[in-house]
Each structure stands twice: as structure tokens, then as C-alpha cells.
Design a protein around this ligand. Structure first.
Ligand code: NAD
Length: 251
């Protein structure tokens, strides 16, 4: 088991990529705090994982990642519940967009920046402080997107926030190396989760056609990559971006 004895926080852990990663981490031996704005869904995830045969391996915490004090509190909750923190997966996010010239900045720009950008910064800051104080090192994995590296239709704000995630990852790796902390960003392509499932079948078919296997990536496939990156097997991977996009970025 790759993550035996490790303690992790997974933000956005109640759904999609986050939930698949919670399940994978638990199977790999980790304890996980499922940190989500939707507490009821996080609690349902805990019950589901208990029933899968891992009672006590997870706990639920409510957090709005765009509020620093709440992120700090959820780090404290993980330490109180499981004794320490080894891994944070900054994964909570929202998507959506409009043509730039139709933007109302308060509606179409700031919310995306507050959740997808500030939320990752706060996770890095709060977990980084905990790792320093523990003196044990740690791993920070953050969810960017293929859109963090390219312009895309209706994605002006989302792309900006996801590009910042890549920048934060490089800088965090640089600044926190002296504390034994690694930082890695992932760029998923089109993954079959509620964020994508809100779109029409026509659009989902188009999304699938943009990947080499002509299908949406499974959240479990992203989770497999995150578990590897969080493990000691990935100790030489630091300050970089791992593309989990089924070849999207090679087209
Ligand atoms: P999802 O909607 O299934 O999961 C997102 C989770 O984040 C939900 O549980 C939601 O409650 C939570 N959340 C939203 N706002 C929050 C906040 N302010 N504080 C705490 N939790 C909050 O979607 P997903 O596809 O699993 O998305 C996970 C991450 O992957 C996001 O960062 C998304 O941008 C990114 N991503 C997804 C895709 C894709 O195709 N699905 C592609 C690239 C990147």
C-alpha cells in the first residue's frame, strides 16, 4: 500500500475527482479528511467509505476554500482527528464562463478567482505552515486544468485561475523544499464528473473526441495518478505539471 500511515486532506472530496481520490487513498492505507463546502455530501461519502469496509478511515469537514480561516480550521481538524497531516490535495473547484465582453466582473470573474485560485493558495499556505511546524515534510498536489496552459472558449476566468495554480505549484516547491515539502500540479482533460455532466450530450461527444481514446477520462484514472504523486514513489517529481489529459495537449 502506497500511502500506509499517511494523513491527507482532499478538498472538493465529496464529488467527482475528489471523491474518487478519497477512495483510492483509503485503499492505499491513508486516513482522509473529506473537506467540502457541501457537508451533507461529505458526510454521505464518509458513510459510503465506512460501508466499503474502511470504517474510521475518513472524516468530513466543511470548508469554503475561498476563506483562509476556514482552510486553516480544516487543517487543524485533520490534525485533531488523525494526529498529523502529510498530504493536501487542493482540488475543490467550480467551472463555467461567458464571452469576455459579456462579463460582469463580480459574477463572471471574481467567484472563479476566489475558489479556483485563492482556494489553492490558501491550501498551500495553511498546509505548508502545518508541514513546517510538524517538521515532517509533506506533499501538496493541486488541480489545475488543460485550460491553465491554453486559451479556450468561455474560459477567460477559469484559465486565469488554473494558470495561477501552476505558478503557485512552482513557487511552493521552491519555497518549501527546505521543509521537505513537494508540490505538483495536475492538468486533467475532460473527466466524467458532475462538472462535465451538466453539458449536453453533443458537447460531451465533442469533448471525448478531443482525447486520444475518444472518451471522457474516468475520475478513478485521475485518482490513480494523484495517489502515485502523493506517494514516496514520486519523490523526484516536484514543482512541475503532470498532464492527465489522455493526449489532449498533444493535439
Ligand atoms: P465536481 O463538481 O464533481 O467536484 C467539485 C467539488 O468541489 C464538489 O464536491 C463541490 O462541492 C466542491 N466545491 C466547490 N466549491 C467549493 C468551495 N468554495 N469550497 C470547498 N469545496 C467546494 O467536479 P470535478 O470535475 O471533480 O472537479 C474537481 C477539480 O477538477 C476542479 O478543480 C475542476 O476545476 C478540476 N477539473 C475538472 C475537469 C473535468 O473535466 N471534470 C477537468 C480539469 C480540471
Amino acid at each position: 500500500m502506497r500511502l500506509e500511515g499517511k494523513v491527507a486532506i482532499i478538498t472538493g472530496g465529496a464529488s467527482g475527482i475528489g471523491l474518487a481520490t478519497v477512495k483510492k487513498f483509503v485503499r492505499e492505507g491513508a486516513k482522509v479528511l473529506i473537506a467540502d463546502i457541501n457537508l451533507a455530501q461529505a458526510e454521505a461519502a464518509v458513510a459510503e467509505i465506512d460501508a466499503l469496509g474502511f470504517p474510521g478511515a475518513t472524516a468530513a469537514g466543511q470548508v469554503n476554500v475561498s476563506i483562509y480561516k476556514e482552510v486553516e480550521a480544516v487543517v487543524a481538524l485533520a490534525v485533531k482527528t488523525f494526529g498529523k497531516l502529510d498530504i493536501i490535495f487542493n482540488n475543490a473547484g467550480i467551472a463555467g464562463g461567458k464571452p469576455l465582453l459579456d462579463h460582469d466582473p463580480e459574477v463572471d470573474y471574481m467567484p472563479m478567482i476566489r475558489v479556483d485560485q485563492d482556494g489553492v493558495y490558501y491550501g498551500i499556505l495553511a498546509a505548508g505552515r502545518q508541514f513546517r511546524d510538524q517538521g515532517t515534510g509533506g506533499v501538496i498536489i493541486s488541480t489545475s486544468s488543460i485550460y491553465g496552459e491554453q486559451a479556450a472558449e468561455l474560459a477567460f476566468s477559469y484559465s486565469a485561475a488554473k494558470a495561477a495554480v501552476i505558478s503557485f505549484t512552482r513557487s511552493a516547491a521552491y519555497e518549501l523544499a527546505e521543509y521537505g515539502v513537494r508540490a505538483v500540479a495536475i492538468t486533467p482533460g475532460r473527466v466524467g464528473t458532475p462538472i462535465i455532466n451538466q453539458f449536453s450530450d453533443e458537447l460531451k461527444t465533442l469533448f471525448a473526441s478531443e482525447q486520444m481514446r475518444n472518451k471522457l477520462t474516468l475520475p478513478e484514472e485521475i485518482a490513480d495518478t494523484v495517489a502515485f504523486l502523493a506517494s514516496d514513489e514520486a519523490n523526484a517529481i516536484n514543482g512541475t505539471v503532470v498532464h492527465v489529459d489522455d493526449g489532449y495537449s498533444a493535439f
